[in-house]
Design a protein around this ligand. Sequence first.
Ligand SMILES: [Zn+2]
Ligand SMILES: [Zn+2]
Length: 262
Amino acid sequence: MRFCPLYSGSSGNALLVLTEEAAILVDAGLPGRVITQALEAAGVAPEQLSGILVTHEHSDHVRGVGILARRYRLPVYANALTWRGMLPLTGEIPPAQVRVFETGRDFYLAGVNVLPYAIPHDANDPVGFVLRSGGSQLTILTDAGHVDARMLDVAAGSGLVMIEANHDVEMLKAGRYPFPLKRRILGERGHLSNDACGAALSALYLRGVHRAVLGHLSRENNFESLALETVRGVLRAGDIPDEAFALSVAHRDRIGEMYEVG
Ligand SMILES: [Zn+2]
Ligand SMILES: [Zn+2]
């Protein structure tokens, strides 16, 4: 299984997962043409996609879902409450392309086993995904106010975890966001800080995870080297040597690396 974060950040998310038979888009939170260009840069024609998985209905995750689904006749997978929340943003999607999954119940998409699991975030019924194929396992964990033991157990043993490092707490507090927004982001159903991301990865290390891609960075309250350094610092403080845990970062504004999940 291969993984490429096309875009990841508070201004739009689209993640690509590839196997021999499948090309899956996780979220489509940018204009359709931007995602189409990124897909083509990654060597995937949009009409080749097996489907779009949707984590939750926030616009940075669904902005391009309607356009892509209608233009390329793609099936779209989301739970019932997310469907209800996103329809005003996506517009009508032909009924034959509507797929409704249940949070916590796994299913197959083009031979890939997909487990949507609940995530604490201020949306209708937000999920992360664990994707399994041919012995490799990828966990996507973004837009999470906090990480609990249940989520750590779900991600255990993944060859790669794509995890949110949304903000630096001090930058957020000192920044220009209005207070209610700051409180929302810092809340239990908001977004993971760099420190919280590091703590989650330390706990995941003990559950057999040795590689992570940091994502969903805030444009206002974070930058790539700060996220990487802060997370690395937390891992070191937990006696996890640099060579034992591979870290990289997905970009907000350009296509990322193609990772072999392993
Ligand atoms: Zn969100
Ligand atoms: Zn988001």
